[in-house]
Design a protein around this ligand. Structure first.
Ligand code: F0G
Length: 351
């Protein structure tokens, strides 16, 4: 019998971890790479979904957090801090529990999904709602970590990128080689940086014969990389990627240019439509920000930019349960019936 051991043990030889360093893990990674039937039909390609919502705290952040918190533990840190649109804080809170550390999180007031707030709370982190957006939170978190004894676990911490690159390894391990195109949502731009690093490393030592083109999608109201300038007041219903000045901006641009890829914007309407399609036609429930990758694929296909016959992977970054409001909004209220088979059958259209 074999249980997945978490990304540090599974990819130890490709990660900067000392043999005797502590490993703080919730056995993250090893997530499903699900063939997407409808998306494949629509595009004439073999489309796969890398379902990162299947990680222990429901997002890809766990891959980076096992690395960052393990490193903080090794360095003797007693407290960690992060700025977050919700998922980083949920992950940091859980891994800090495993490490016996205090976790402080800074979130933009009123702009994080309820499920993520619930995670940070139930894991016992110290939450400050900041009167500002994510970019303000990150500035504050950096300042605190410089001045006070608290380790910063945002993706500006290189350990985070190292952990997150393992998703690219898993995809190549599953497919036998890199895909033609890899698509993902872009917020603070750490994840596109991490995947590109992973694909480059595998190609460099022969574990893959090639590298994919990297396609990133931002929400149109929060698209600084697409606009070429920071966005002072980023807006989007996809709160996870409501970011106006990404920390890894230059690395995202490098991933795009070195891979012959693109970074474009999708509207909230396109994001919600992809969100509903994923749930209703693929059986995969993701949070709105995650659907930006698929919205981007559909947009590119509509524009004739997707040649058939390619192998395409879309990362869907977070679990739909994080932000269920969007699943309920606009859906019809369920009908109430008595405990009566005929009445229930007639409501179901069976009778
Ligand atoms: N998708 C989800 C669900 C996210 O939570 C994030 C980022 C992204 C995509 C974008 O990834 O920042 O590496 O480009 N969430 C961060 C957070 C900002 O605080 O949880 P990125």
């Amino acid at each position: 019998t074999h249980q997945w051991r978490g990304i540090i043990e599974e990819y130890r030889d490709r990660l900067p971890v000392a043999a005797d360093a502590p490993v703080v893990t919730l056995l993250e990674g090893g997530t499903p790479l699900v063939p997407a039937q409808l998306l494949s039909e629509r595009t004439g390609c073999d489309v796969y979904l890398k379902v990162e919502g299947a990680n222990p705290t429901g997002s890809f952040k766990d891959r980076g957090m096992t690395m960052a918190i393990s490193q903080a533990k090794q360095e003797g840190a007693q407290a960690v801090i992060c700025a977050s649109t919700g998922n980083t804080s949920a992950s940091a809170a859980a891994y800090a529990v495993r490490a016996g550390m205090v976790c402080a999180v800074l979130v933009p007031q009123g702009k994080i999904a309820l499920g993520k707030m619930g995670q940070a709370l139930v894991h016992g982190s110290r939450i400050l709602q900041v009167d500002g957006n994510f970019d303000d939170c990150l500035e504050l978190a950096r300042a605190l970590s410089e001045k006070y004894p608290v380790a910063l676990v945002n993706s500006v911490n290189p350990a985070r990128i190292e952990g997150q690159k393992t998703a690219a390894f898993e995809i190549v391990d599953a497919l036998g080689d890199a895909p033609d195109v890899h698509i993902l949502p872009v917020g603070n731009a750490g994840n596109i940086t991490a995947y590109w690093k992973g694909y480059r490393e595998y190609a460099a030592d022969g574990a893959a014969t090639r590298k994919p083109r990297m396609w990133g999608f931002q929400a149109s109201g929060s698209a600084p990389i697409v606009n070429g300038a920071p966005v002072r007041h980023p807006q989007t219903i996809a709160t996870a990627i409501r970011i106006g000045n990404p920390a890894s901006w230059q690395y995202a641009v490098a991933a795009r240019d070195e891979s012959g890829g693109l970074i474009e914007a999708v509207t909230d309407r396109q994001i919600l439509s992809a969100y509903r399609l994923l749930a209703a036609k693929e059986g995969v429930f993701v949070e709105p920000a995650s659907a930006a990758s698929v919205a981007g694929l559909l947009k590119a296909a509509d524009e004739g930019k997707v040649d058939p016959g390619q192998r395409i992977v879309c990362t869907v970054t977070g679990n739909g349960l994080k932000d269920p409001d969007w699943a309920v909004a606009g859906a019809p209220q369920p009908v109430t019936v008595p405990v009566d088979a005929d009445a229930a059958a007639s409501q179901l259209g069976l009778a």
